[in-house]
Design a protein around this ligand. Structure first.
Ligand SMILES: [Zn+2]
Length: 188
């Protein structure tokens, strides 16, 4: 039995250097609130306000800055904002919804990049090799407990800067009765 730690990602965003400058001022550096499981990444102290046709939400920034701005929401968050939930693997943002974003120093219209992240399994290259799994492969993760279920269509994502972690959003976490420290069972 191969156990995988489960982590729930609350809504968050990754900002490009350019968008960070527009929202927080030129040369602004994000402050670390908490180191997160994936090596090199951190939850920043800073949040932005994201506005859609029906509402607004505060969204925490995950640093460091990236090539493209991406806002990752649960489907519930999308409905609150009045945006269509579009399921995507992180980084694949072409043709997704946009939103207005507001920071302390500015307001921008993000043309695309609002996604509901496809559930995924992060693996380091060594972990992927020992499990004989490659990036892009779909696996399943079985959850036990009072809200037991099986998550199918879990995309494997392996590479430097990855570490074994099954990542789901808050809707999925609630659906399976997630509690901190919970593990799932990998089904290849
Ligand atoms: Zn993310």
């Amino acid at each position: 039995m191969i156990k995988v730690p489960i982590e729930v990602s609350a809504r968050h965003c990754h900002l490009s250097q350019n968008d960070l400058a527009k929202l927080f001022g030129k040369g602004y550096k994000l402050k670390v609130l908490k180191i997160i499981s994936q090596p090199g990444q951190f939850a920043a102290k800073e949040e932005i306000k994201v506005i859609g046709p029906k509402g607004e939400l505060k969204v925490r920034i995950v640093g460091p800055v990236r090539q493209d701005t991406q806002i990752e929401l649960a489907a519930t968050d999308c409905y609150k904002l009045g945006l269509k939930p579009v399921l995507r693997v992180s980084g694949n943002i072409k043709g997704t919804s946009g939103a207005i974003s507001i920071g302390p120093k500015g307001k921008i219209k993000i043309k695309q990049g609002v996604i509901v992240a496809q559930r995924h399994l992060h693996l380091s290259p060594a972990e992927a090799k020992s499990l004989k799994l490659k990036s892009g492969k779909l696996v399943s993760v079985k959850i036990k407990g009072s809200r037991a279920l099986v998550f199918n269509n879990v995309a494997v994502r392996s590479g430097e800067g990855h570490k074994k972690s099954f990542q789901i959003d808050t809707d999925e976490g609630n659906a399976c009765g997630w509690l901190p420290g919970m593990f799932g069972v990998l089904i290849k």
